[in-house]
Design a protein around this ligand. Structure first.
Ligand SMILES: Nc1nc2c(ncn2[C@@H]2O[C@H](COP(=O)(O)OP(=O)(O)OP(=O)(O)O)[C@@H](O)[C@H]2O)c(=O)[nH]1
Ligand SMILES: [Mg+2]
Ligand SMILES: [Zn+2]
Length: 291
């Protein structure tokens, strides 16, 4: 019996990384009968057959999971944004921060293409929200050392809109990656529509990274939030205003005496973050109204 982590799932075939080897596994009967849906990132116990194949006999408890991409045990959610080209669209970025907050996953913002435009505006917004920010240029290799240091020892997922440079950054961060995997270069060159299956690549001691294809839409009903009142909790920079509003039950949308709105007015909370809050609150309210 050995322990490992699922780095890839495709059509019921799981690739399990065990530090010394990868084992191609099927789910054992206990897993199948238990109706357990295994995800990339899940830690599992494997009964190897000795020929590179094996059976997954047990799944260890999950720390967290995301639905988009569908992965488990994410140690770092890296939201890649471009300082420009494509222009950052705050609401889409904020839906990603919210999804990760809801799942309880540590999130950082990787601001790429800083060779084209400085990243300080975005940095100002997201540092206020409590997210560590990296200013980077994949094109120039700038800033990547500190991001690599941060990722060391973590299981990380790169997400963000198409064209922001997720794959380019991964290539600069881990130049040996395609040599080790053989497949990634093709994937990266293809750029768009990379893969439907999220796959982790081992890039160092206990360090796994997954690239994801960019998407333009992340529907509000995929965020795991069913109650509009819970949207507030997914904006970490709002927390200190909890209970500070004039009226109990303040929705923080437009009430007089709202502490969050006051913070927006005096520059403590970036307007774009509050706008995203309002949009998301209304979207979640509408979903519940019609479902
Ligand atoms: N100027 C500049 N261009 C960059 C930088 N990083 C990436 N690019 C370019 O941006 C384009 C998109 O890069 P990708 O790495 O394919 O972007 P992606 O986020 O992986 O996109 P999807 O796979 O479609 O989600 C390419 O033409 C890159 O050459 C950068 O730091 N500066
Ligand atoms: Mg890509
Ligand atoms: Zn309020």
């Amino acid at each position: 019996m050995i322990e490992g982590v699922i780095i890839k799932e495709k059509n019921g075939l799981y690739t399990v990384w065990t530090d010394t080897e990868t084992v191609q596994c099927r789910a054992g009967s206990r897993i199948r009968k238990g109706g357990i849906r295994l995800l990339a990132g899940d830690r599992v116990e494997v009964e190897p057959n000795g020929d590179g194949s094996g059976f997954i006999t047990a799944a260890l408890p999950r720390q967290n999971h995301l639905t988009r991409p569908h992965v488990a045990n994410v140690g770092a959610f890296v939201i890649v944004v471009a300082a420009t080209s494509p222009a950052p669209y705050p609401y889409n970025i904020d839906k990603l921060t919210v999804m990760a907050e809801k799942a309880g996953i540590e999130t950082v913002i990787a601001i790429n293409k800083c060779d084209l435009l400085k990243g300080d505006d975005l940095r100002g917004i997201y540092e206020k929200a409590g997210y560590k920010c990296f200013e980077l240029s994949a094109a120039r290799g700038a800033g990547v050392d500190s991001l690599r240091d941060y990722l060391q020892g973590k299981t990380a997922v790169f997400a963000g809109a198409s064209g922001v440079g997720k794959s380019s950054l991964l290539n600069v961060l881990y130049p040996t990656l395609n040599a080790e995997t053989g497949e990634l270069s093709k994937k990266i060159v293809r750029g768009k529509n990379t893969t439907r299956h999220t796959e982790f690549f081992a890039v160092g001691q206990n360090t796994f990274i997954a690239d994801t294809p960019g998407f333009t839409m992340l529907d509000e009903d995929k965020l795991g939030i069913t109650d509009k009142e819970k949207v507030f909790d997914c904006f970490p920079e709002f927390e200190k205003y909890f209970g500070e509003c004039r009226f109990r039950g303040c929705t923080h949308l437009k009430e007089d005496g709202c502490a969050v709105l006051a913070a927006v007015k005096d520059g403590q909370v970036p307007p774009s973050r509050h706008e995203s809050y309002v949009k998301l609150y209304n979207a979640i309210a509408a979903i519940n109204r019609y479902s």
